[in-house]
Design a protein around this ligand. Sequence first.
Ligand SMILES: Nc1ncnc2c1ncn2[C@@H]1O[C@H](COP(=O)(O)OP(=O)(O)OP(=O)(O)O)[C@@H](O)[C@H]1O
Ligand SMILES: [Mg+2]
Length: 604
Amino acid sequence: MSLAIVRWIAGPVLHAARQGPFALRESVRVGPQGLLGEVVRIHDDTLVVQVYEDTTGLSPGTEVHGDGQPLAIRLGPGLLGQIFDGLLRPLSGTGNSFVQPGRRAPSTTRLHFEPRLAVGDVLAPGAVIGTATDAAGRVQRCLAPPDAAGVVERALPAGARTETDPVLFVRHADGHLRELAMSHVWPVRVPRPVQRRLPTQAPLVTGQRILDSLFPVAQGGKAAIPGGFGTGKTVLLEALAKGCNADVIVYLGCGERGNEMAGVLDEFPTLTDPRSGRPLMERTVIIANTSNMPVAAREASIYCAITVAEYFRDQGLHVALMADSTSRWAEALREVSGRFGELPGEGGYPAYLSSRLADFYERAALVDTLCGERGSVTVMGAISPPSGDFSEPVTSHTKRYVKAFWALDVKRAQARFYPAIHPLQSYAEDAREFAPWWAAQGNGDWLALRRRLLTLLDDQAQLERMARIIGKDALPARQQLTLLCAELVNGAFLRQSAFSEIDRVCSPARQAAMMKLLGRFIEMVDAAGAAGATPEQVAALPGLRALQRMGEEVADEQWPQLAELQARLEREFAQIAPAATASPAPASPAAAAPSTEPRDAAHG
Ligand SMILES: Nc1ncnc2c1ncn2[C@@H]1O[C@H](COP(=O)(O)OP(=O)(O)OP(=O)(O)O)[C@@H](O)[C@H]1O
Ligand SMILES: [Mg+2]
């Protein structure tokens, strides 16, 4: 192990004189406590080291020892259900209120290992070597490291073992014998290899209507959630973690306030997964790196989280990674870069901000894994732009790398309209590709309906501008009806409380039924308007209230009831504009509502 001696130290950055060979990005241990750090620069005989732990008390003369390997973490079956700090050291079950400085000791919990390979078998890189079963009966696949391959020379029988006990001995082609355990170590900055990356296929079902129906993100896709202070980023990410259809959730609290993280830490262990009925924590890994922890560790926490997510993906699972918030990581980059003496770029951030963001988001993918399974990592990153200004560097660079952009709007949040995602500032580039998936969920018209709703919301924005000038009542009746429809789409469909028992998660079947009902409602309003029905008449329909409250009142399994609501609305419309609604699904409002219709028919 090489040695270096600290010469100069300022916060998370230190300079040390090296006395042996060091490599760039080599992980190092600093001082008697063995604080974790990484070599970020080498000038002649001076190392520049970024330390991921609190450096208070270190002084010149302190020893720095190289690990001879890049910054790496241990990936194994013990990760699931645990809460870690930013350096992936367990925070739960340590019996100590303080995180101990220095490296984490491997877990001593024993799991039941069941081997899959026998002596003489050929081990391929990344293959499944066996399964691990924990005390709760959860079974996980154990993977060989992606760089191990050879012939099995010795295999230990099934039994209770710790994550690091050797279970398999493999002779590599170059002759050396390698010991494999249930877990293995992998460098966090290196993306884990896969057989192939695949084009997106299905969306990640989030259970949030505005996302699934208007701005879906692919399984294996990337989404950004920019939003000013208090617009609901954390609540949205938590709602996604609780309700989305991923097999494993990696929730990263990166540099956010401790009390926000405390909410997650307190709440998650008490929740059950609506899909399996099992505790939600069983499918969750929480990485908590709050704002009071050393800033440099935010960098490590981001890479640890994505590496953990890739590890579960490699077992053939669909993983969702929520990062709250990537802005705090960017701020850490800025702070540390300042201490390196680098020239600041845009907004004071280092020039490599963009490439770092790209590296992170690029690791999201749908893949064929080395062990022949299909898995994905979907990344959802919150961004906290100062003063909610989306033109700042972190938001604008992130925009280049994500396919779904869920912009939280301050005005909507102030009006307590949640989730405060702005339908005109948000987008989903992949949306078209999910039409077949929605057709399989019973909504063959999804793309057309989506377009209809978005156009309506766009019209609303323009009409509201006009209404502010001339007054809403001065608008022509047709435009007032458009506003009425748009308000209904907002209130009945886009609004969804994260705290409502019935509505916090909405199944695709219910979303499809709601969307179709709204589509039909808009057709009926158009037709009635063309037939001369007044906005007051439409607004007075008794069925409107039920439509407005359908999200809160019709639970997932009751979605067929929406057909009854539609029948009721058809009847009510028939009363105010009989001829207009005569055909059940008119091809176009104009066709259904001949303009020759006598005006007073509307009052019949
Ligand atoms: N989907 C939602 N349903 C109901 N209430 C919500 C929802 N989203 C946000 N809220 C309300 O808004 C408040 C602020 O939300 P949140 O803490 O998620 O904001 P934030 O964007 O994470 O803020 P910060 O910038 O401080 O991190 C919440 O305490 C909650 O009362
Ligand atoms: Mg927050």
